[in-house]
Design a protein around this ligand. Sequence first.
Ligand SMILES: NC(=O)NCCC[C@H](N)C(=O)O
Length: 482
Amino acid sequence: MTLSADNRINVSSEVGKLRKVLIHSPDSGLGKVVPSKAQDWLFEDIVHLNTIRANEYDYYVKLLLYFLDETKIKGRLTQIDAPAHYRNFYKPDHPDFYHSQQVVELQVLLMDILEDRAIKNQLVASVCAIEACSYEVQRRLMEYSPAVLARVFFSGTSDESELIFPPIPNFIFTRDIGIVINDHILLNKPRKEARKREALIAKYIFFHHPLFAHYRDNIIELTDTQHHFLLPNDSETEKVTLEGGDVMVVSKNHVLIGISERTNSEAAAQAVKKLFEKNVVDKITVIKIPNKRDYMHIDTVFTQVKDEVWVMLGVFSNKHMKGLQTDEVHRVLGVQPRTAQELQIFQFRKEDPATTRFFASLEDLLIDISVVDFGCDPEHVRILLSGNNQFPYDAREQWTDSCNLLALGNGVVLGYDRNDKTIEAFRETGFSVMDVTELLVQLEEGSIRANELKDTLVLMPSAELSRARGGFHCMSMPLLRD
Ligand SMILES: NC(=O)NCCC[C@H](N)C(=O)O
């Protein structure tokens, strides 16, 4: 196969025009989350399946198609959404599915690789091993068609009557399964049990699907250390874990890696070493944030909006971190906000990893990236703050992903409609704010064209989606960006 726009992958920016993205629409597994398991399965609540699909996620698919693969959707919106068509356009195993080479559905990739009997055999055996299935179940799974088997792997059930194993409802957060860094793919090693099957399936897809055929030698995997195996209780602290939400490729030469609730320092160190050894980038900044459920990955506390604009949680801003020290008594007593004590930022360079640069605050780092990596004037860098930095909206809106935006291009971002004060901050900075329903109508009428949009925050419905605890940055794995 030759390399063309259809099978090329390359990501060297957080805000370059998005050309190809891997997503996964909510499968029926999300409708199987029960209250007693919601926390174990990393959902904060149970969600209503039809609402999360038809009233929320489907808008995301429509918008992505409009921006990345317009011919699939333009002029067809009314027909696609007609009740008589039962959302078939959005169902990966239905003949009317949108099948796009640019908006790539994970379930389709899984169905594709399961066509190969040998891969099917290995994957069934591996899933059955981690889910402790009986041999009889393993044999039964082998008899399913690729479409049914893919559904079972995601939702845990073939016919909605019996659960063979638990669902993996977090697979909608495709960001966390792997990250494209230039022309390499860094696979994740999840911290949480609930996300292990995702990592296994993702590994098979990246190594076997023709879409990634040219990149098999560029897949980077992290491994557990022998210290971990030799410690009592399969020591959790020594285990190597890294999730994609902790990795951001801000420019061709610069990657950010978080140490967080999900990614530990051993994993960050391995990733730095491997990315330097393979000459993938020259500069890596490691950001250690407090180990807290609210902050699970670095992309829950900040994301980039355009070259010189970022959105972040105010507790990591200069004002907050240095604020208390301006008071003489606090300064003398060394009183600092807890987050300030726990945040550490180290920047490494390939040519001399021993000489580390430190940053005092996240805001300082983001300004430095805009200025050094993008050549922006420091006076023009804008850091928008969650909840417009007003207590208690800062924390409330961060929890519902005010800082977790997906850029479709420089300055055009998707975020949840519920984060009122953060939206206010965007307006005050000169951004247009548009509801997705209104935008789709205008795109369909032709009164707006996707590539003409500038400095716009697109508001997406979020009542159900936000209970799953991730935003559009988490719900996207970019495969190709300008
Ligand atoms: N990158 C991200 O922040 N992903 C969000 C993942 C949410 C999911 N419920 C989890 O807790 O893993």
